[in-house]
Design a binder for this molecule. Structure first.
Ligand SMILES: NC(=O)c1ccc[n+]([C@@H]2O[C@H](COP(=O)([O-])OP(=O)(O)OC[C@H]3O[C@@H](n4cnc5c(N)ncnc54)[C@H](OP(=O)(O)O)[C@@H]3O)[C@@H](O)[C@H]2O)c1
Length: 308
């Protein structure tokens, strides 16, 4: 490193360099990305899961005719895979998002690289089954790694079906999701009563309540955790992006607010993977950097809490 540069300056400059483009217009992988993302174990199986994935809410709800948006989402997935990432979260609730993921993976011949997580979001056994079959078609995959009951909707019925599908080998893992603290009492009851492989829940610097009971319980019960809404759905980032980055961000190998906020989530040991939503390659590139460098810890989380 140039001794005339401070560590913070070095990170800022190298961050700018990382955003350079290849002749084909692709974002170039950073040195860090040439080694795969950090992983954490799924307690149910011991399988290693990369700590940064991507959420498809809103940004992937596009038509293939929208060539610009289609190419951008394709580049998001290409960057994810280039970094050794795998996790793509979707839902039948997200409009055309499942079909976009399926179409792009087909174009990229990349189904084998993806850890596909989607959801069932319906009332009743037959409607749930029909929706899951439809998801497989949209995703163009005979097998889903993780099927989740979206927002606990009719969870008793849907979990029973998910157990059947798991026994039949049509899904590898099952779980439940929610996105708001008002659902935590029910989420906690389900976590205590049902054997689950995964929980997906909101957790961020501005919505940190899951750390009180839900995340420790998931850890005790051997349940992997996907974190949704790590940027508070975007609101948190909008508040922070105009502010200067604290000088100590460089001590955690962070060169942006999104990286700090993702490392805040990963500072909790119950968290297995964070799934920030984006259809913007530059944002995906930025988010992936949170899966490298210094491992986040309580000290980082405490410093960030002090900023709000
Ligand atoms: N009940 C449930 O199961 C549930 C509920 C909510 C969410 N989810 C899942 O969790 C995922 C994440 O949640 P979310 O998408 O609602 O919220 P989020 O990840 O907290 O925030 C997404 C917003 O942040 C922006 N963004 C992402 N990376 C950025 C970056 N590096 N710099 C600047 N802006 C950035 C995105 O815009 P751009 O597209 O412009 O990057 C988007 O507006 C969803 O996509 C979905 O898969 C599940």
């Amino acid at each position: 490193m140039n001794p005339l540069l401070t560590r913070a300056e070095f990170l800022r400059l190298s961050g700018a360099l990382l955003l350079s483009l290849s002749p084909a217009g692709h974002l170039l992988a950073s040195d860090a990305e040439r080694s795969p993302l950090r992983t954490r174990r799924i307690p149910a199986s011991g399988e290693a899961l990369p700590v940064i994935g991507v959420g498809t809410y809103r940004a992937f709800d596009i038509s293939p005719e929208d060539r610009e948006a289609w190419a951008a989402c394709g580049e998001v997935l290409r960057l994810l895979f280039a970094a050794g990432g795998t996790v793509i979260d979707s839902s039948p609730m997200y409009g055309r998002a499942e079909a976009t993921v399926g179409g792009l993976l087909d174009e990229m011949n990349a189904h084998a690289r993806a850890f596909l997580a989607t959801k069932v979001w319906n009332h009743g056994r037959e409607a749930g089954l029909a929706q899951m079959e439809e998801s497989l078609e949209y995703l163009q995959s005979g097998h889903i790694q993780l099927m989740q009951v979206h927002n606990l909707l009719d969870w008793r019925t849907q979990l029973a079906t998910l157990r059947e599908w798991k026994e039949q080998g049509r899904i590898r893992y099952l779980g439940v999701t929610h996105y708001t603290a008002s659902a935590y009492p029910e989420l906690e009851a389900v976590l205590r009563a049902e054997p689950l492989d995964f929980l997906q829940v909101n957790y961020s610097l501005d919505e940190p309540q899951a750390a009180q009971r839900i995340l420790p319980l998931a850890q005790d019960r051997g349940v992997a955790v996907l974190v949704n809404r790590p940027f508070g759905g975007g609101n948190l980032l909008r508040r922070l992006l105009g502010q200067p980055l604290p000088a100590w961000a460089a001590d955690y190998d962070c060169s942006s607010w999104p990286q700090l906020l993702l490392k805040f989530c990963l500072a909790n040991p119950a968290v297995t993977c964070v799934i920030p939503g984006t259809g913007n390659p530059r944002h995906m590139h930025d988010n992936l950097q949170a899966g490298y460098g210094k491992e986040p810890d309580d000290d980082l989380a405490e410093r960030l809490r002090g900023l709000l």
